[in-house]
Design a binder for this molecule. Structure first.
Ligand code: OMP
Length: 270
């Protein structure tokens, strides 16, 4: 069975660190000449998959924009997930799930079980109910060769007051999460458990050290102000780093997506 850590390391080595977000904001649907309807989500998602295939390692559908449309939105998401996997893209479902353990386990089954209609290669999760609350989804991911990205130091400025808070151990919330995730990867050459660390944050102020095996999902480039040519300076680690961009690519419209992706790749020196 392939492990997510190996899949990710191979994908980034082959195609580089860019991850394209599939975020069908209503204003983007309009700019693309589409209506704000479930059928448009399919068109938007499939066009993005087609442009990303062969150009980037991964795509990251933002579940919220599909969920807005209820069951039809989920059906649209299922088609986009299936097309992306078919196209050989690594698929990260950005659903940011977190809850008490028994409920998180059900989320894990939805997003990471082989054969599930919403199957992805990895899922974004929140540990703010405690690392222990994720133990079942961690086991499920391990058993299925899937990955998780835990929110650590997110790109939105208002998160800092929570994520930089010092816990009773003396570590910040962010570094506590980072250390526990590093421990999950300790026995593997390539980590399957990653961290979300935004490109817009000052890492030192979160007390964060990067671990050489823990992959990073790095949003905050493009529309949020981070610049891709600084990727190596921002994330000095041997582990795979996925630079995630959504609006700065998607705003190019269906006819301009491929060029926009190539332009982002050039900014990364590819
Ligand atoms: O987990 C994420 O991907 C994420 C974490 C974070 O700290 N900040 C962040 O912006 N994101 C997501 O990354 C995407 C960023 O989109 P753009 O700002 O348009 O590139 C959105 O789907 C966000 O939900």
């Amino acid at each position: 069975m392939q492990r997510f850590g190996d899949l990710l390391a191979a994908g980034v080595a082959e195609r580089g660190p860019l991850c394209v977000g599939v975020d069908p904001h209503p204003y983007l649907l309009k700019a693309w000449g589409l209506t704000d309807a479930p059928s448009s989500l399919v068109e938007f998602g499939l066009a993005t998959v087609a442009a990303a295939a062969g150009r980037v390692a991964a795509i990251k559908p933002q579940v919220a924009f599909f969920e807005r449309h209820g069951s039809k939105g989920y059906a649209a998401l299922e088609s986009v997930l299936a097309a992306a996997r078919e196209a050989g893209l690594i698929v990260i479902a950005d659903a940011k799930r977190g809850d008490v353990g028994t409920s998180v386990a059900a989320y894990g089954e939805a997003w990471l079980s082989p054969g599930s209609p919403l199957e992805a290669d990895a899922l974004t999760v929140s540990a703010y109910q405690g690392l222990g609350s994720l133990s079942e989804v961690i086991t499920l991911a391990r058993d299925a060769g899937k990955g998780l990205f835990l929110l650590c130091a997110t790109s939105n400025p208002e998160a800092a007051v929570v994520q930089r808070a010092v816990t009773e151990t003396g570590a910040t919330v962010a570094s506590l999460i980072a250390d526990e995730v590093a421990a999950l990867n300790a026995d593997d050459a390539t980590g399957s458990f990653g961290l979300v660390i935004g490109a817009t944050i000052e890492r030192e102020s979160f007390g964060l050290r990067l671990d050489s095996r823990t992959p990073i999902l790095a949003p905050g480039f493009g529309a949020q102000g981070g610049t891709l040519d600084r990727l190596g300076d921002l994330y000095p680690t041997d582990a795979p780093v996925l630079a995630s961009v959504s609006r700065s690519v998607l705003q190019a419209g269906p006819g301009g997506l491929a060029d926009a992706i190539d332009d982002h790749r050039r900014q990364l020196g590819l």
